[in-house]
Ligand binder design. Structure first.
Ligand SMILES: Cc1cc2nc3c(=O)[nH]c(=O)nc-3n(C[C@H](O)[C@H](O)[C@H](O)COP(=O)(O)O)c2cc1C
Ligand code: SF4
Length: 484
């Protein structure tokens, strides 16, 4: 993972632990009731892909264990990992693009209900993503995959050369020369692997996205309601299709790109289709980026416009993330695909303990606050979820107090200790296993390995009933915690 050049080392700080009186008056532990959204308190586990579904996208016993363990910590809400809405193979990512996935998803709902004693609301994150290919072998790409055009002949000053000679001339040049010969997309396909983009209007299926996506999301959401989920989170964040529509890099000329008003149109139409397809009390919110954290990304004014548009349309919550884009991702090795969390914007998404002077904790809070303020000034009280490096009562409570957010999301801290919110709430804060923000878990995610936390995955490995990783070396869920 990319790290800020300052390389300042930060240590997570549990802060002060609230006493009984502070716990009783804490906003963090107070109920939230806003429109359709009712939560027992302000604690929230954001989506985390654990790479535990089958190759066909079905729920497995390991998926059930993962969510069951989070549910034992009784957060007010859990968002199930990014789940594919199309009926197409996508490796061991959960899928919801067909009724055959319903049985497994119903079991997932049941496990969370049982393990949380019915106290945790369960949402599922709905995702669409575009095709991405692995970085090709250079010679194979230039010899076979690249379509040779007259533009290449002109750039090489070989106007009448036949195709084979043009290919050989390219192979003989180094990459910096080739950058002058290939167009930007071809050069990207050569050096990073081909990646579809929402701007690819020459491709029928990309041009048609605004026509097909509302129904695909609506059908998936309707399935989520049938499986018993309390709601859905529309994934409009990071490197995926809907975030690319919102992005300032969206240059589509069909009324769905260019200005902020046009870029928010499809996300809005998707939301409206979803809303129509689900029961009246079903929760529909979205996760989007407070900042893309890339050069030429959306401005904070753009994002405030998106947020107020979603609030006006009636979304039940707005969850804010940061970065995680392909645009600045590291060049993958030959045979590997680019990964959107490897560049500076990836750092902003899951900031690691080696950081700059701002540090990895709460980096998204200032932008989140500005966006929530814009939503409130526009007259809407839609709840806002903050996330990014939050691991202490003090930071959480301050963010709730000063108008930054209404709900506190903690992904890695909850992976490190699924009981941490509960420990704080019940006066057992000194038992909290604090996340070290080393991103061992994120490394596993990047390699599509079953995600665990380094603080507990080798602990009590031989306890009866412990389910282990495929290589048998790691336990797949955190050891249980019983208050003394
Ligand atoms: C292993 C892992 C998987 C993740 N998967 C998702 C995902 O499916 N959808 C999503 O919106 N964010 C995902 N994230 C990002 C987190 O939800 C969260 O925004 C990020 O980790 C920053 O919050 P934190 O500092 O509390 O961990 C993932 C993070 C990790 C560590
Ligand atoms: S592996 Fe555990 S301690 Fe390390 S960043 Fe992930 S959750 Fe935190």
């Amino acid at each position: 993972m990319w790290k800020p050049p300052e390389k300042i080392r930060w240590t997570p700080d549990p802060g002060h632990l609230p006493d009984a009186a502070e716990r009783a008056s804490a906003i963090l532990f107070s109920p939230l009731q806003s429109g359709r959204l009712a939560l027992r308190n302000r604690t929230w586990v954001p989506a985390m892909v654990p790479w535990r579904a089958t190759e066909s996208g079905h729920v497995t016993p390991e998926v059930l264990d993962w969510y069951g363990r989070f549910a034992k910590g009784r957060p007010a809400a859990i968002v199930v990992e990014a789940t594919g809405i199309r009926d197409v193979p996508s490796g061991p990512l959960l899928r919801i693009g067909h009724d055959r996935f319903l049985d497994g998803l119903e079991q997932l709902v049941e496990v969370v209900r049982t393990q949380s004693g019915g106290t945790t609301k369960l949402f599922i994150q709905l995702i669409d993503f575009l095709a991405i290919k692995r970085r090709p072998d250079r010679v194979k790409f230039l010899e076979r995959f690249l379509t040779i055009t007259d533009a290449h002949r002109r750039a090489l000053d070989m106007p009448d050369a036949d195709e084979a000679d043009v290919r050989q001339a390219m192979i003989a040049r180094d990459d910096s020369d080739l950058e002058q010969v290939l167009d930007a997309r071809e050069f990207e396909a050569l050096t990073k692997g081909y990646r579809e983009q929402v701007n690819d209007m020459h491709l029928d299926h990309i041009r048609e996205l605004p026509r097909v996506l509302p129904d695909l999301f609506a059908e998936a959401a309707s399935r989520a309601a049938r499986a018993g989920f309390d709601g859905v989170e529309l994934h409009y964040a990071h490197a995926y299709t809907m975030a690319s529509f919102l992005s300032a890099t969206n240059r589509r000329d069909d009324g769905y790109g260019g200005t902020a008003q046009a870029r928010v149109r499809l996300p809005l139409e998707v939301y409206q289709a979803v809303r129509k397809a689900v029961p009246e009390d079903f929760i529909v919110g979205s996760r989007f980026l407070a900042s893309e954290a890339i050069d030429g990304g959306s401005t904070i004014e753009d994002v405030c416009h998106f947020a107020t548009t979603f609030a006006r349309a009636g979304m039940d919550f707005l969850s804010l993330s940061r970065g995680g884009k392909f645009d600045d991702a590291k060049q993958p090795k030959v045979g590997a695909a680019a990964y959107p969390y490897t560049g500076p914007s990836g750092y902003e998404c899951m900031p690691q303990y080696i950081s700059d002077e701002k540090g990895p904790f709460g980096r998204n809070l200032a932008a989140t606050r500005a966006i929530r303020e814009a939503v409130r000034e526009a007259g809407f009280d839609t709840p806002v979820v903050a996330a990014g490096g939050i691991h202490s009562f003090d930071t959480a409570e301050a963010a709730l107090n000063d108008g930054t957010a209404d709900i506190i999301g903690a992904a890695r801290q909850t992976l490190a200790d699924p009981d941490w919110f509960r420990k704080l709430e019940t006066g057992h804060g000194s038992d909290i296993r604090l996340c070290e923000y080393t991103n061992y878990c994120e490394g596993l995610d990047q390699n599509h390995k079953q995600v665990t936390c380094k603080l507990w995955d080798r602990v009590q490995l031989d306890d009866p009933g412990v389910r282990k990783s495929l290589d048998g070396k790691r336990r797949l869920t955190a050891p249980d915690w019983t208050p003394e």
